[in-house]
Design a protein around this ligand. Sequence first.
Ligand SMILES: [Zn+2]
Ligand SMILES: [Zn+2]
Length: 216
Amino acid sequence: MKRFSHAPGPPPDSATSQDRQEKAVERRLDELIARLSERGRRITPQRVAILRVLAGSEGHPSAEQVHRAILPMFPTTSLATVYKTIHLLKAEGEILELEFSEFGNRYDGNKPYPHPHVICSGCGAIVDAEVSGLTEMTRRIAEETGFAITTHRLDFYGLCPKCRAERAAADRAGARGGEAGDAAGAAGPDTPAMRNRPAPAENGATYDVPRPIAAK
Ligand SMILES: [Zn+2]
Ligand SMILES: [Zn+2]
């Protein structure tokens, strides 16, 4: 089998990472459309736009963020339409829903299976993390507890590089003393509810068990 039979012209290695990223988004979008139409769901242009945002966003958007992203193209689309599409994807197991008391629900339409996340307690950014040995860990936990493990959720909390840089700049300004320092500190990312939030209890993990949702 020729590995790159459908890639004429420059070899794939020369493709920019943006090209690869765009192709991956298109592939994922095609998968989502195929899955929904197999189940007899109507694929409207609005729905394609919603699916494209979910397939393409690595930022784990909220339903509101998805809605805002498509409004310029489809100004009459309601938030309820976004939720309905998300519910259909959930019913098909094609989207991962992450529930947070602080930021509401966020969605990963790229990787619908459980995977670790790194979450910024400053700005709420959510990034996928690569962790090796998770399959082995799950196997051991199943063995030790006698549970049939169906899913898991693994969240790491901290400060993202952008928030760290902003805090460091604010600290430097603060160290110089005076009112300038106070002003810089006040201008930094400041979400008191998040700042002093205790680390999540180890046994407080919520499990994101996929459950079928009746589509209306
Ligand atoms: Zn941040
Ligand atoms: Zn993710």
